[in-house]
Design a protein around this ligand. Structure first.
Ligand SMILES: [Zn+2]
Length: 232
């Protein structure tokens, strides 16, 4: 690791004497939901994008959340949550699918940087979910490495179908839930932080139409209308 990737306990976060300390998981999710509301309302504050912020960050980073989002060009993470430089640690893959590199990046953010919140961000009209739906319905696979997208999304769709889901929205939501569950299940480091109350996990589906990042699953968080999954 390079010297700018400091641990939360190193005392050299780059924020110096003004280091506000990390947010709680609940504070972090409320911060992002408030930013998303500003974005929806066309009232974005565009925070933390000035010269002072750039200079502050030369010494290190302490982002408030790590976001695994779909790579879709219509879901730019910092814009959707109205965040700035150093605020979000972002990983993007088509269909927000995971592999070892993604899990390693998530663990780096949560365990080494002390990030208090993991966000899995899917979205309306996701091409990867649609490709997996098509493959299930017709047996037709996309060419080349794109088949990996179908292979990684299909288990979510099978699980969703077994629970009676049949719309694109249902499949997209279910896929976000499955990815969130998978991350918690696969990563001992994230699981431990969850158990200690140092980290929360939220799955969201972004609506292209109105800009809402709708929470659909959560661990270790209190979000209106979303049942908190018990931490294993
Ligand atoms: Zn997508």
């Amino acid at each position: 690791m390079t010297s700018d990737h400091t641990t939360p306990n190193s005392g050299t976060s780059g924020y110096g004497d003004s280091d506000p300390g990390h947010l709680t998981p609940q504070e972090a999710v409320e911060l992002l939901m408030a930013g998303n509301r500003r974005f929806m309302d066309e009232d974005s504050a565009h925070p933390n994008q000035d010269r002072g912020r750039r200079e502050l960050l030369t010494g290190g980073q302490r982002p408030n959340a790590v976001v695994l989002a779909c790579s879709d060009s219509r879901v730019p993470v910092e814009i959707v949550f109205d965040q700035g430089l150093g605020d979000l640690f972002v990983i993007r893959t088509a269909g927000e699918i995971t592999d070892l590199s993604v899990l390693a990046s998530l663990e780096f953010a949560v365990v080494s940087l002390g990030v208090p919140l993991v966000v899995v961000l899917g979205h309306e009209s996701c091409g990867a979910v649609a490709a997996a739906q098509t493959a299930l319905a017709t047996g037709s696979m996309p060419p080349g490495f794109q088949r990996v997208l179908v292979e990684k999304v299909t288990p979510s769709l099978l699980a969703a179908r077994s629970q009676g889901a049949d719309t694109g929205e249902d499949f997209e939501k279910h896929h976000v839930v499955e990815i969130a569950n998978h991350i918690v299940d696969r990563s001992p480091g994230i699981m431990e932080r969850l158990r200690e109350g140092l980290c929360g996990v939220v799955g969201m589906r972004y609506r292209l139409s109105d800009g809402l990042a709708e929470p659909v699953a959560s661990y270790g968080l209190d979000i209106d209308g979303v049942a908190a999954t018990e931490v294993p």
